[in-house]
Design a protein around this ligand. Structure first.
Ligand code: SF4
Length: 331
């Protein structure tokens, strides 16, 4: 049986154990294409009625327990592990393990790791079950592998907004196993060390440095544009895993201290269109997902910043002390 089939067999058993009659399913965007097939498997395997959450799901922070709390007995959430927060109903978390071979791209990374001895190894939950195999291979090539668990994350796992699993690693460089620039960019901004991506989907390895430098130039330009801003929108998320109202209130006070105005805006999904009615504000600060300001800023007409970037814009922090924003979880 494939990893996927094993996971569904396990889900069916857990649903039966819970004696659920109505079951919610939630998938991140990349896994939604499997939703119908999985819904059919679960309905046929258990006799329950399945309701699929078709809204966007952005991450572990965005579990649909509140939305589905009155509709289903249990929610099955694919692609993430639980954060240390309280959920409104029983949630079965499914890793959605990838069957992809990792060693091909990891072999390609060896030449890029030349000159680095201690390698911090990180990945996402989809590849975590194969990370020991990768660690053994890298060690056979003469490197020392460093891994740690974080607050709210498993050993070797990072989220786009939580790097606690690598913060205590004395690594010379980091090797990220997975696709895209999202997580490796975060690791680069968090550590300022060399980050190499071993991408099993493209079957290649690459450095993230050039991309990260381009992003930092964009961040610098956004901050510069916000330096003269007088009125700020401080965005707070209603999503349980992203909600940082206390931070927003602090930012409002900090702005008041420097004779600027801050207005707290509460949103579920943050999008440029939803900010259009607030164009009399000069700039926005994001206390919801920290990555929106960094990864999506080109979509926004007015400067959109992280809390740390706001501090730079109003002269409370130096550019040299730039830090990526994190959502810190205890547990
Ligand atoms: S807050 Fe953003 S980066 Fe963090 S888990 Fe949610 S979507 Fe991902």
């Amino acid at each position: 049986m494939s990893n996927h089939e094993l996971e569904i067999v396990d889900v069916i058993k857990k649903i039966k154990d819970l004696k659920a009659e109505k079951v919610g399913l939630q998938f991140p965007e990349g896994l939604k294409v499997h939703a119908i097939k999985i819904a059919r498997q679960i309905e046929e395997g258990t006799g329950v009625i399945v309701i699929i959450s078709a809204d966007p799901c952005y991450g572990a922070c965005d579990v649909a327990d509140v939305d589905m709390g009155d509709l289903v007995d249990v929610l099955v959430h694919f692609g993430h592990r639980p954060l240390p927060i309280d959920y409104d109903l029983p949630v079965i978390f499914v890793d959605a393990r990838s069957n992809m071979d990792l060693l091909g791209c990891v072999k390609s990374s060896i030449r890029l790791l030349e000159g680095y001895e201690k390698i911090g190894l990180v990945t996402t939950i989809q590849h975590l079950h194969l990370v020991n195999e990768v660690a053994d291979f890298i060690e056979q090539n003469g490197k020392e592998i460093l891994m740690d668990k974080g607050s709210g994350t498993t050993k070797g796992q990072v989220l786009g907004c939580n790097f606690s699993a690598i913060k205590n690693l004395d690594a010379d460089a980091f090797l990220y196993i997975g696709s895209g620039n999202f997580h490796p960019l975060g690791i680069k901004l968090f550590t300022d060390k060399t980050v190499i991506v071993a991408d099993p989907y493209l079957g290649e390895a690459r450095k993230i440095d050039e991309f990260a430098n381009r992003i930092l130039r964009i961040r610098s330009a956004r901050i510069a544009k916000a330096m003269d801003a007088k009125r700020f929108g401080i965005i707070v998320s209603t999503k349980k895993g992203q909600s940082r109202l206390e931070l927003a209130k602090n930012l409002k006070n900090i702005l008041k201290d420097v004779d600027r105005e801050g207005f707290i805006l509460l949103l579920d999904d943050v999008s440029p269109d939803l900010l259009i009615p607030f164009m009399d504000l000069d700039a926005f600060v994001m206390t919801a997902c920290p990555r929106i300001a960094i990864d999506d800023s080109e979509m926004y007409k007015k400067p959109l910043m992280t809390p740390q970037e706001l501090e730079i814009a109003i002269g409370k922090r130096k550019w040299e002390d730039y830090e990526i924003d994190e959502i810190k979880y205890s547990g």
